[in-house]
Design a protein around this ligand. Structure first.
Ligand code: C2E
Ligand code: CA
Ligand code: CA
Length: 912
């Protein structure tokens, strides 16, 4: 079993396994057939043996009969010759030649001896024949041979045959026939002995030899027993039965037996030889008996022959039965083999082929080909499997079709597709449904994303990219139609404050309101988009000209800037608008850039208004861009320098300070005043570079003055722009510059404009505190132009207030005078020094002295001048030889003659 399992796990093809199984009965059959064949061969061999033995037996039986004949005839001859009876007498009287008969008998014996082929036996017999020629009648050596050699031989042969036959299965008939043969032979032999014994007694008389008489009597009884023996064996109705009946009713035998009985029973019986006399009449009777005896012997031999023939026939029957069995077994084996092979073939066709088909389809399925189907045939189990497989494959196909429909997004087709059955179908249906839902969701999500991607979540208007895309399309349309597009950049003013002060929700409400107001004031087809926190873009097409664009812009401003109640109190939005016309340009970014510049201009110009980007603005801006690169170039090319304007200490009467003022000798242009570029630089990061440069250069000057008798105690004031103060790292920069130059920070004053402080009070205070901690003094420049509250001023780290020169020039006006007075008093109140700048005349000086100013600066005490001039200027002032500071100084840089102060400067009188 284990082996078969092993065999099956060898991945044998099912056909081979089936064949093996089919061949199993063949093995049994072969075993059976083999055994049968062996049996039959054995049986045939046994039959052959029986046949050979019975043939041999027949030869010996015939030999014995012939020997008995010879004994019989030789005895007769010896009796005749012993009584001197001529042979011719017997022949003439009884019709047969004794010598001829003997010769015949002898020939027969020789013939059977030769047939028996036993040389020892032949020798024994020939010796017995020679001896018997001159032996007395009773003790014939032939008789001895017959009794002691031949008879036991025949007996043993008979027993041999019977044993053999008895060993044969179903050979009872054969055994019986053999026994019959033995009994018949015994009967015949008894008869011959009886005849011999009779003749002896009949010739010599019972009295002459009583032993012979007894022997005759015994033989007679033996004969009757022999008859009974044979009779018990003969089957009534058989062909032996006929011969047996013939023997029983044989007249010769019956008469022989009668004469024997007479000899034995008749007391009057007279032997042929009485004394030495031979009775011739007795001899005649004897001759008659002789004839009967001969006939009787022949009859008995005849029975023997019939039995022998029957035996032979019986052996033949047995053999043919064996042969028939061979044929039967052979045919049976053949038929069973044919049936087995046929059934193997049929089962192969009916089971293996369908299974192979199944396997092939399964193989195709595994390879991903689900187009195949398998024929439904074979046994019911295989048919069930095939049907199931076909259904499964069909299901797979349907599933595939569905999957393909799904993959192609043909969701509607899916409803019409044939749906797969079973759990697969259910799973698929679920999957389809889920996919349908998720695809739907995805589609919805995509739409939403697309909308979100192009629209502003807060206001719902197109976002920046969508607006730009729209503008791009509008520009193309305008070019084709030869019309123009207006782009308006709407920027809310102070939106940060709305967020900071009123919260983001209010900011959001404001943005939504502005968006809807913009949409309301546009035409259909115009676009309102949100492109930044508080920046909207309005694209209007077509527009005829600048005027129409400006009109639109005004309309938008009017609508946007109307007050509105957002549910949390009234508010009034404000916006600046930069407008531009496409003017045939195709790049959206160019037009947007123009609008962007314009809105910057609008903001600069004071907010709540429209600026239009026209050619003038563009060229101005271009010039500014030009200026920027020129400044950068100038810084690198050392076109800048510092001039110094002295300050007059009212308490000491000395020029003990100077303010560094920047001068630019622009290549190819000449000297340019700070107003022309500082204000511009302050709009960009350039101012930081400039301020840094000034600080470094100023400190270099200050450091170099340390060893100069005239300048060593001079204070230096350096201007720092508000933008630089708030955005840069001023304190570190100043510290680095001080370290680098070795200047004394106590002699440095940093001037910061009041407006810069207002922009980001905390940051400014932080940096100024740092500077002050280094010993640097802080001055608030242009004081009075801003609106610094007293509380702020109190908290600022400030040392000096510089009253702006616009007040100085109008000191004759009482309001300006009282303002300056107020500043001076307030400054002093807070512990600050107060410097007044723009002092050109002596009256101004007197007034300011009267008002208690600490320090004065102006043309009255010296114009801004190069360092070289400063030394002489200070020297002259110290020596009291400085008659007119302004006049001496007037050779300096101030080429701009429109400067109102310059004309007055000529009238500056000597301070001394
Ligand atoms: P500011 O700081 O108020 O400088 C004083 C300005 O008044 C100087 O003009 C000076 O020439 C002018 N001035 C002085 N005395 C008189 C006078 O008696 N009458 C009249 N009418 N004017 C007088 P400047 O040099 O043209 O500078 C103009 C402005 O440029 C300065 O005003 C300052 O704000 C800025 N500035 C000058 N140099 C620098 C600098 O190095 N850095 C920075 N950030 N700004 C500077
Ligand atoms: Ca200044
Ligand atoms: Ca000033």
């Amino acid at each position: 079993m284990v082996r078969i399992t092993k065999l099956l796990t060898l991945r044998l093809r099912v056909g081979s396994v089936m064949l093996l199984l089919a061949l199993v009965p063949m093995i049994g059959l072969a075993g059976f057939a083999g055994k049968e064949a062996v049996d039959i061969i054995d049986r045939r061999a046994e039959l052959n043996d029986v046949e050979a033995a019975s043939e041999e037996l027949l030869v010996f039986v015939a030999l014995e009969a012939a020997v008995v004949d010879e004994i019989y005839w030789s005895g007769a001859n010896r009796i005749i010759s012993s009584f001197g009876i001529p042979q011719g007498f017997v022949t003439a009287a009884y019709g047969f030649d004794l010598e001829d008969e003997l010769l015949e008998a002898q020939q027969e014996v020789d013939q059977f001896l030769a047939q028996a082929g036993d040389s020892q036996l032949t020798q024994q017999f020939n010796a017995a024949r020679r001896d018997s020629a001159d032996a007395p009648l009773t003790t014939s050596s032939l008789s001895l041979f017959e009794e002691e050699v031949l008879r036991p031989l025949v007996d043993s042969k008979t027993i041999e045959v019977i044993d053999m036959a008895a060993g044969l299965e179903g050979a009872t008939e054969l055994v019986r026939t053999t026994q019959l043969l033995d009994r018949s032979n015994a009967l015949r032999s008894t008869l011959v002995d009886l005849i011999t014994a009779y003749f002896y007694v009949a010739v010599f008389g019972a009295d002459a030899d009583p032993a012979a008489a007894r022997q005759l009597s015994d033989l007679r009884a033996n004969y009757d027993r022999g008859i009974a023996d044979v009779d018990g064996l003969v089957e009534p109705g058989s062909n032996i039965d006929d011969s047996w009946d013939a023997l029983r009713s044989d007249e010769a035998t019956l008469s022989l037996l009668r004469v024997v009985d007479t000899v034995l029973l008749d007391p009057a019986f007279e032997p042929v030889v009485q004394g030495d006399e031979l009775d011739p009449s007795g001899l005649g009777n004897l001759a008659e008996v002789f004839n009967s005896a001969d006939e009787a012997a022949t009859t008995h031999e005849g029975l023997l022959e019939v039995v022998a023939t029957d035996l032979k026939a019986e052996v033949e029957t047995q053999r043919s039965a064996a042969d028939q069995r061979v044929w039967f077994v052979g045919s049976a084996v053949l038929i069973v083999s044919i049936i087995t092979i046929a059934s193997a073939v049929i089962s192969t066709r009916s089971i293996v082929q369908p299974l192979t088909d199944l396997a092939n389809v399964a193989e195709l399925l595994r390879a991903g080909d689900n187009s195949a189907s398998v024929g439904v045939r074979g046994p019911s189990e295989v048919r069930t499997v095939a049907e199931t497989l076909n259904e499964a494959v069909a299901n797979l196909r349907r599933a595939e079709t569905q999957a393909l429909a799904l993959a192609d997004g043909r969701l509607d087709d899916l409803a019409e597709e044939e749906v797969a059955t079973g759990t697969l179908g259910a799973s698929l249906a679920t999957a389809v449904e889920r996919l349908r839902v998720s695809l739907g969701e995805r589609e919805e999500y995509r739409r939403r994303l697309a909308h979100e991607a192009s629209h502003d979540g807060l206001t719902g208007v197109p976002n920046r990219s969508a607006s730009l895309e729209h503008l791009q399309g509008a520009l193309a349309r305008a070019q084709r139609a030869e019309t123009d597009v207006a782009v308006l950049f709407v920027d809310l003013d102070n939106f940060k404050q709305v967020n900071d002060l009123r919260g983001h929700a209010a900011g959001d409400r404001l943005l939504r309101e502005v968006a809807s107001r913009l949409i309301r004031s546009c035409r259909d087809g115009d676009l309102v988009g949100r492109i930044g926190g508080d920046e909207f873009l309005v694209i209007a097409e077509p527009v005829a000209d600048e005027d129409e664009a400006k009109a639109l812009s005004e309309r938008l401003l009017e609508t946007v800037c109307a007050p509105f109640d957002d549910g949390d109190g009234d508010s009034t939005p404000s916006a600046s608008i930069g407008a531009a016309l496409a003017g045939g340009r195709l790049k959206a970014s160019d037009v947007i850039h123009d609008a962007d510049l314009a809105v910057y201009e609008a903001k600069e110009a004071g907010r709540g208004r429209t600026a239009f980007c026209d050619d003038e603005m563009r060229s101005r801006l271009l010039a500014e861009a030009d200026l920027e690169s020129a400044i950068r170039h100038g810084l690198e090319a050392d076109e800048f320098s510092l001039h110094f304007q002295p300050t007059f200490n009212l308490a000491t009467g000395e020029l003990d300070g100077a303010e560094a003022l920047l001068r630019w000798e622009r290549e190819g242009v000449g000297q340019i005043r700070p107003e022309r570029f500082i204000e511009f630089a302050e709009r960009t990061d350039l101012i930081s570079e400039i301020d840094s440069w000034v600080m470094r250069r100023g400190l270099q000057h200050l450091a170099s003055w340390q060893d100069d008798d005239m300048l060593s105690s001079l204070h230096l004031a350096v201007n720092v722009s508000g933008r630089h103060l708030l955005r840069g790292d001023l304190s570190r920069e100043v510290r680095d510059a001080i370290e680098a130059t070795g200047a004394n920070p106590k002699l440095l004053t940093v001037e910061v404009t009041e407006s810069a402080l207002l922009d980001d009070f905390a940051t400014a205070a932080h940096h100024l505190t740092n500077l002050r901690e280094m010993g640097i003094q802080i001055a608030i420049d242009d004081f009075g132009t801003g609106y610094t509250s007293l509380s702020h001023l109190r908290r600022l780290p400030v040392d000096i207030l510089k009253v702006d020169r616009t007040f100085t020039s109008n000191l004759h006006r009482s309001d300006d005078l009282s303002l300056v007075k107020l500043v001076i008093e307030t400054g002093h109140l807070l512990g600050h020094e107060v410097t007044v700048e723009g002092v050109e005349g002596v009256q101004q000086e007197d007034i300011l002295r009267g008002l208690g100013a600490d320090r004065l600066q102006g043309y009255r005490f010296g114009r801004p001048m190069p360092e070289n001039d400063l030394r002489g200027h200070l020297g002259r002032a110290a020596a009291g030889t400085l008659n007119s500071i302004g006049r001496d100084d007037h050779v300096d840089d101030e080429h701009d003659v429109t400067d109102p102060g310059e004309a007055d400067a000529a009238n500056v009188v000597d301070v001394t």
